[in-house]
Design a protein around this ligand. Structure first.
Ligand SMILES: Cc1cc2nc3c(=O)[nH]c(=O)nc-3n(C[C@H](O)[C@H](O)[C@H](O)COP(=O)(O)OP(=O)(O)OC[C@H]3O[C@@H](n4cnc5c(N)ncnc54)[C@H](O)[C@@H]3O)c2cc1C
Length: 422
């Protein structure tokens, strides 16, 4: 029997953008796919994000110089990075690995690994969009990266040089050139870059809903429930049990449950240091200005994305775990920052949102087969790049499951890369 008509069952735990892209590619290869997602209210990270296919973002979050910046950020309760101190004892192992990943050698290796995935990100999205009839959702244009100070821009020059070496295409802009792109930018925007290696969705929620509809049309079973138990016989998962008492027999299991994935990987004997980097945004339907590009305000760690549903202003990293309620002061702080760069911005009646970025210490996703369980696979931990890398991950995962060739070195993305600390 060819692998294209194999009829084997795959159960995917998690139906965010990553799980859905896996479902698409596996169904194309002839697998019978079931997606179990507990969240019928569509609150996963994939629904409210900034919509960027950020193919230029090859630099891991932890990099040289970060240690100097972190203490200053931590003492600002609405700054770009904050920790809820009650969460600190859970966070320490992750923080240790995060800081350890920030050496020059480690972060450059991480950048090369990320670049190996990001190089095909836009093409991989376009492929799926064409199949889904959703090409209208994608704006194939670049992004602006804005600095407010010459010093800030110069301090990041080595990062831009590394991006350049890794194939990211960009052009340096002075203040006047920035304003030609975005006339509503005020004088605080001092200089920056136009980054070509980028694309942008007009509505991430419409994308996820469109993909859900497409995979359902292709025959994927969508189950609203929570994966609870994973029954093994020897070195294989044979059954998946849910909170509502359903039992699914399966030939293969994929864990793609975003920031909740490590609870499931642990059940297979493979714990992984995963944290939620909680991110915030506000979507303003009548912002009173006309921002037409995705704009990243680099020194202040937030972005503006022009969506069909309004101007979305967001960013921030809050390390507080999965349970505590959102702190929407962060949303208010971000829109106020937005007004500093775009003085005519109207910030009334914004819709606030918080999402859980599933984040690994080294900013690399887990795209891996299980080490111990022959028919289990992992697709999680995409952090700030989950939308960007979803289509690529789905393609690679389908090859991993089917034994096809993806042509990549997946060593940096293995589930057991931090084993010594778990
Ligand atoms: C403010 C913000 C802005 C962002 N902007 C961008 C951007 O512009 N570009 C980009 O590339 N990325 C961006 N991201 C990151 C991106 O949104 C995430 O990396 C991505 O959505 C993760 O997708 P996922 O499918 O892995 O997880 P999710 O979308 O979180 O999906 C996981 C799903 O698994 C379900 N689940 C969990 N546990 C179980 C269980 N036991 N059983 C069944 N189901 C379960 C959850 O309910 C959820 O629906 C942003 C994130 C935030 C917070």
């Amino acid at each position: 029997m060819s692998r294209y008509e194999n009829g084997q069952k795959v159960l995917i735990a998690g139906g965010g953008i990553v799980g859905l892209c896996c479902a698409y590619h596996l169904t194309k290869l002839g697998y019978k796919v079931t997606v179990v997602d507990r969240d019928s209210g569509y609150d996963g990270a994939s629904y409210g994000n900034a919509g960027a296919i950020a193919a230029a973002e090859v630099l891991p979050f932890a990099g040289p110089g970060l240690l100097l910046k972190v203490p200053r950020w931590l003492f600002d309760p609405v700054g770009p990075l904050s920790i809820r101190w009650t969460h600190l004892h859970h966070l320490l192992p992750w923080l240790y690995l995060f800081l350890r990943s920030g050496t020059r050698i480690r972060s450059e290796a991480g950048a090369r690994a990320l670049a190996s995935l990001l190089v095909s990100a836009i093409d991989d999205h376009q492929h799926i969009l064409q199949q889904a009839g959703l090409t209208d959702l994608l704006q194939s244009k670049g992004a602006l990266y804005v600095y407010r100070s010459k010093r800030g821009q110069e301090a990041e020059e080595s990062g831009w040089n590394l991006r350049n070496r890794l194939g990211v295409r960009f052009t340096k802009l002075d203040r006047a050139a920035l304003q030609e792109y975005e006339p509503d930018l005020g004088p605080l925007a001092n200089g920056g870059y136009y980054v070509e290696s980028f694309a942008h969705y007009s509505d991430p929620r419409a994308l996820v809903v469109g993909l859900l509809e497409m995979v359902e049309r292709m025959g994927v079973r969508l189950i609203a429930d929570t994966v609870k138990e994973l029954d093994q016989v020897g070195t294989r998962v044979t059954r998946v049990r849910t909170n509502k008492g359903a039992i699914f027999e399966t030939d293969n299991l994929i864990i793609a449950a975003g920031a909740w994935s490590s609870a499931l990987s642990k059940r297979l004997g493979e714990p992984f240091p995963l944290e939620s980097e909680r991110g915030y945004n506000t979507t303003i339907s009548n912002p009173g200005v006309d921002i037409s590009n995705y704009v990243a305000f680099v020194e202040d760690h937030f972005v503006m994305s022009p969506l069909s549903v309004g101007l979305r202003i967001g960013g921030a990293v809050e390390l507080a775990g999965l349970k505590p309620p959102p702190n929407y002061d962060r949303c208010r702080a971000l829109v106020k920052l937005g007004q500093r760069y775009v003085p005519n911005l109207k910030i009334e009646n914004g819709r606030q949102w918080m999402g859980h970025r599933p984040s690994t210490p080294d900013s690399l996703p887990v795209i891996s087969r299980s080490v111990f369980v022959k028919n289990a696979f992992y697709a999680f931990g995409h952090g700030h790049l989950g939308l960007t890398l979803s289509a690529t991950t789905g393609r690679i995962l389908a090859d991993l499951v089917s034994g096809g060739s993806h042509g990549l070195d997946l060593t940096p993305f293995r589930i057991d890369r931090f084993t010594e600390v778990n």
